[in-house]
Design a protein around this ligand. Structure first.
Ligand code: HEM
Length: 536
């Protein structure tokens, strides 16, 4: 039989000059369809931002993704769908749309999506924090345990710790600034404040050293890097699976995962040893370890510890120091004077430093706390949510299993809700019974702590930390601009960040001047606090 009469193999057929081009086109088309597919199909009756194949809108979000989404909302409406690689994501960008989706639909919006870099690489074996866990029985149990330890009465019992830590930070600023002679960057002092409070509450250990303490530096650095891996728009491998195949992509996350595990294990083992020796002091993890009624396994206990260490560290210092930065600017001088007058009205006997541990009686300082949380939106795109039930928005039905991003920055700068949103103005939160246009007074004042079923459980503690620190800083110092212009802070809520694509705000370095208002009084207050807390 002649060669050409033999039946052709399939391979032979495919590589034949007539079939090969069609075969390659079919392969390319199938690959493109696969790469271009999304976890949830396009949702009908909901605006979609035009994008490109495979990446979707990922490349358009850029560095200041919250601002880009805020701009899109002006054209496409408050709620729209975007494609980030193979994920379809719903963005809510205004105050009312967030209220509808996060609060009215809170039982449907109770879960969190998993993201490759954070959930598979950084946290695979060490458990997730509460804030990164999808909703299940374990998450419910961990959230309940931590929420009980952070409720209002519990937080009141922690005030001696806040007294000790805020005094320590202010005293160090006083000395390092040589009683107001040298400008200083307040960042390290408030980072130590936030971390040391969390460690004392959770493990019964505090940062003993000054702002140069090695443990403080290691935890702060590693947690910052982990937070950067949780970027909303920068980790393209989270959204485009093909990129996970690139060599070296996991090296850094794995390094930080190891370093994180090292100090978390050290903290837990130190506590276990103290419990065995009977030398432990009451603390949240200690209570969990010793309570036979609490049915949490080792990974769950570690998850609570990790949550306590990281949750406040990512958020509290950003708010504290950006408010201090604002107080130093020209308009901030007016705010300080107004705050000081209000403090003196309530405490004419100069005892605000001590009284603020027991009560929150200066509405202007409470308003300053709220305005800080609104203005700086330290998590500009809030921790992501995943729906577990269908949600209706207008004529659209958003199916269960869709990811939702709250544009907290967009909601906070929504001029249909906040009058002059770009002005830093605590006054907006002062109740004025004669004016009815203060929409901000009704219901949720801001979304700095998120909203609904997975809202921040550390908000009582954080509010007390912010209130105490602001009040004490204002009575102790006149906060003034730095001597050199180059040390001035950038006050824009997004541009002040060193890593704008990161999940949380990490302010660029700056300095302020601290003029001591009354040295004799400040030293007396410090001495009083040191007396009260010497047992800690
Ligand atoms: C100023 C300081 C703080 C800010 C601005 C802040 C902000 C937030 C935000 C925006 C969320 C996401 C809420 C949502 O999805 O709706 C969150 C969740 C959470 N926060 Fe905070 N937080 C702060 C301090 C703290 C502190 C001090 C702790 C604990 C010691 C804490 C513990 C948590 C936990 C456990 C969650 C996760 C809740 C869940 O997923 O169920 N936070 N926080």
């Amino acid at each position: 039989m002649a060669q050409s009469d033999q039946p052709q193999s399939l391979l032979g057929l495919l590589v034949s000059p007539t079939v090969l081009p069609f075969f390659l086109i079919a392969v390319a088309y199938t690959a493109l369809r696969l790469l271009d597919s999304t976890d949830v199909p396009k949702i009908k009756n909901l605006p979609e931002i035009p994008g490109i194949p495979i990446l979707g809108n990922l490349h358009q979000l850029g560095e200041y993704h919250a601002r880009v989404a805020h701009e899109w909302s002006k054209k496409y409406g408050p709620v729209f769908q975007v494609r980030m690689g193979n994920r379809r994501i719903i963005f809510a960008n205004t105050f009312d749309s967030v209220k509808n989706l996060w609060i009215t639909n809170q039982s449907a919006l109770i879960s969190r999506p998993k993201l490759h870099t954070f959930h598979t690489v950084v946290s695979s074996s060490d458990g997730f924090t509460i804030g990164t866990s999808p909703w299940d029985d374990s998450c419910k149990a961990r959230r309940k345990t931590a929420a009980t330890a952070l409720n209002r009465p519990a937080v009141q019992s922690y005030m001696p710790i806040l007294d000790y830590e805020s005094t320590k930070s202010i005293k160090e600023m006083l000395l390092d600034s040589n009683y107001g002679q040298i400008d200083i960057d307040p960042n390290a002092y408030f980072t130590r404040f936030a971390l040391s409070v969390s460690l004392t509450l959770n493990y019964g250990v505090k940062i003993e050293g000054n702002v140069e303490d090695a443990m403080l530096k290691e935890i702060t650095h590693v947690e910052r890097m982990v937070s950067n891996f949780r970027s909303t728009s920068n980790n393209w491998a989270d959204y485009v699976p093909l990129l996970r195949l690139l060599p070296g992509g996991n090296t850094k996350p794995l390094e930080y995962k190891k370093r994180r595990a090292a100090y978390m294990n050290k903290l837990l083992n130190m506590l276990k040893e103290r419990i065995d020796n009977g030398t432990d002091v009451p603390c949240i993890t200690g209570n969990v370890l010793k309570d036979p009624e609490v049915k949490l396994n080792d990974a769950e206990i570690m998850s609570i510890g990790l949550t306590m260490v990281s949750a406040g560290l990512d958020t509290l210092p950003g708010n504290l120091i950006m408010c201090i930065a604002y107080l130093a600017c020209e308009h901030g001088q007016y705010i300080q004077q107004r705050a000081l007058d209000e403090i003196k009205k309530v405490y004419p006997n100069n005892d605000a430093w001590e009284r603020c541990l027991h009560e929150e009686k200066v509405p202007y300082i409470t308003a300053l706390v709220k305005e800080t949380l609104r203005f700086w939106s330290v998590i500009p795109i809030c921790l992501p949510r995943a729906s577990i039930k269908d949600i209706k928005w207008g004529n659209a039905v958003i199916p269960a299993g869709t990811s939702f991003y709250m544009n907290a920055y967009g909601a906070h700068y929504d001029d249909s809700h906040f009058k002059s949103p770009y002005d830093f103005d605590p006054e907006r939160y002062i109740q004025d019974e004669t004016i009815d246009d203060a929409a901000a007074h009704r219901g949720t004042p801001h979304y700095g702590y998120g909203a609904g079923s997975r809202m921040c459980i550390g908000s009582h503690l954080a509010n007390r930390e912010l209130y105490t620190a602001f009040l004490r800083m204002i009575v102790a110092f006149e906060i003034v601009p730095p001597k050199e212009k180059k040390d001035e802070a950038i006050l824009d809520a997004l541009e002040c960040s060193q890593f704008p694509t990161s999940l949380t705000l990490d302010p660029k370095p700056f300095k302020v001047g601290l003029k001591v208002r009354d040295r004799r009084l400040v030293e007396k207050w410090i001495q009083g606090s040191e007396e009260r807390t010497k047992h800690l």
